[in-house]
Design a protein around this ligand. Structure first.
Ligand code: ATP
Ligand code: MG
Length: 416
């Protein structure tokens, strides 16, 4: 037997409706905010992610699915959705269209990680990116889109926000961080020793307990913001308050990706431990230019669909199950089974869900099967029904029966 690769999951027919529900709500929320779908390839040139996600990030240093294709190109399965969206924005000249451009995607993403609950090697994201607007109302709008989605899905989460400033603020802050961490260098984990050299901000993102303990006393980025960044952050908070979105300021949030500027945020659910971050995002004004485009501000977020489903399940959210077929036609012999087939086809053509036997079941077994399906009506057709040109339709909920002419079947069930 060939097994599924480690860190991947099947979505079975019995549970796919849950995915459709989450994706449907996400699409509805996107539509309400004027956000249109973008679809980009599952794989891109490796360089896109090296530059777009950042060479010092965990994703690029450890987690990418990279391979050489038959044409000797280095290809990588997308580990996230932003870089491809930016590439497409630049390549298709969307800068010259109407701005801001609001886009969403629902995409698989691939990261070579140690699989555990809520951490897979192939997972799925709903993401939103808004390009071209630099004002704080856009940061707030991105956060509000995410918050609206989470509310509609019935998950209770905590919104944590922070500002990591602009490259100017960060230069001063990185110096301060180096000063703070230098005496602790020996106690830091292996990765953090590299981070100390290459990108001190990343030190705050470490998940090792020992590093987290030291991090607790690190200086706050908020004390190093320049005047403009400070004003911008204050405005974001104002807009969130106007929208009635509750937040908490968490100076430790820096996000794992290099391209963020100013606002960063996370929605965290309690209960699934280290994998509690269901949605994360922020502003990344430097990325579009970094990837070769004209400089343009941008803000976005991505929510992990698997994690959303876990949190929904834990919070006891009832996802509406798919509707059972309206009617089941039970036939007896070849001729009556043909009539069942005929009526079933006519109903389906009219958009009414109907079922017949395909397993050569006895009438008794067909009733059992119809019950399992949860159909609302069962019609039994035998020799006498064929002769009369009508059938008895049983309402499974009330047990009552009604005589319906074959000729009126579509009309009858279309009113049910
Ligand atoms: P984490 O800190 O949990 O590793 P991250 O910072 O790497 O998350 P992002 O790159 O911000 O995550 O991705 C956005 C969202 O995608 C996360 O908040 C999470 O919901 C989801 N996600 C990220 N990695 C995985 C994964 N390996 N499996 C399942 N979902 C994931
Ligand atoms: Mg990660």
């Amino acid at each position: 037997m060939i097994n599924i690769p480690k860190g991947t999951k099947d979505v079975l027919p019995s549970e796919s409706y849950k995915w459709q529900f989450v994706e449907g709500v996400a699409r509805d929320v996107a539509a309400a905010f004027g956000v249109k779908e973008i679809r980009t390839p599952t794989f891109e040139h490796t360089e896109l992610f090296q530059r777009g996600v950042g060479n010092t990030t965990d994703i690029v240093t450890k987690e990418m699915y990279t391979f050489t294709d038959k044409g000797n190109r280095s290809i990588t399965l997308k580990p996230e959705g932003t870089a491809g969206t930016v590439r497409s924005f630049i390549e298709n000249g969307l800068f010259s269209g109407v701005l801001p451009l609001k886009m969403f995607y629902i995409t698989p993403a691939f990261r070579y990680e140690r699989p555990q609950a809520g951490r897979l090697r192939e997972f799925h994201q709903f993401g939103v990116e808004i390009f071209g607007a630099k004002g704080a109302e856009t940061d707030a709008e991105a956060i509000i889109i995410a918050s609206t989605l989470l509310k509609k899905l019935g998950v209770s989460v905590q919104l944590k926000i922070n500002s990591i400033g602009c490259p100017e603020c960060r230069k001063r802050y990185n110096e301060a961080l180096k000063g703070f961490f230098a005496p602790h260098l020996e106690s830091l984990c292996y990765d953090c020793k590299t981070r100390f050299e290459k990108n001190p901000l990343r030190l705050l993102d470490c998940k090792e307990e020992a590093c987290k303990k030291i991090n607790a006393d690190a200086p706050s980025i908020l004390d190093y913001l320049c005047e403009d960044c400070d004003k911008h952050f204050a405005l974001v908070k104002d807009y969130l308050e106007i929208a009635g979105v509750e937040y908490e300021i968490d100076e430790r949030i820096v996000r794992g990706l290099d391209y963020y500027t100013r606002t960063v945020f996370e929605f965290v659910a309690s209960g699934i431990g280290a994998q509690g971050t269901v949605c994360a995002g922020g502003r990344y004004d430097g990325l579009i230019e970094e990837l070769g485009g004209k400089s343009a501000p941008a803000v976005g977020f991505a929510a992990g669909i698997e994690r959303l489903l876990i949190v929904m399940e834990q919070s006891g959210v009832e996802i509406p199950a798919p509707k059972a077929p309206t009617v089941y036609f039970a036939g007896m012999d070849t001729e009556s089974r043909k009539q069942c087939f005929r009526l079933c086809s006519a109903l389906r053509a009219a958009g009414i869900s109907a079922e017949i036997d395909q397993m050569e079941r006895s009438v008794k077994a067909q009733f059992k099967y119809a019950d399992k399906l949860g159909v609302r009506y069962v019609a039994v057709i035998g020799e006498s029904e064929l002769a009369e040109g009508s059938m008895n339709v049983k309402n499974m909920a009330t047990g009552e029966s009604e005589k319906v002419d074959f000729a009126n079947a579509v009309e009858y069930f279309s009113q049910k």
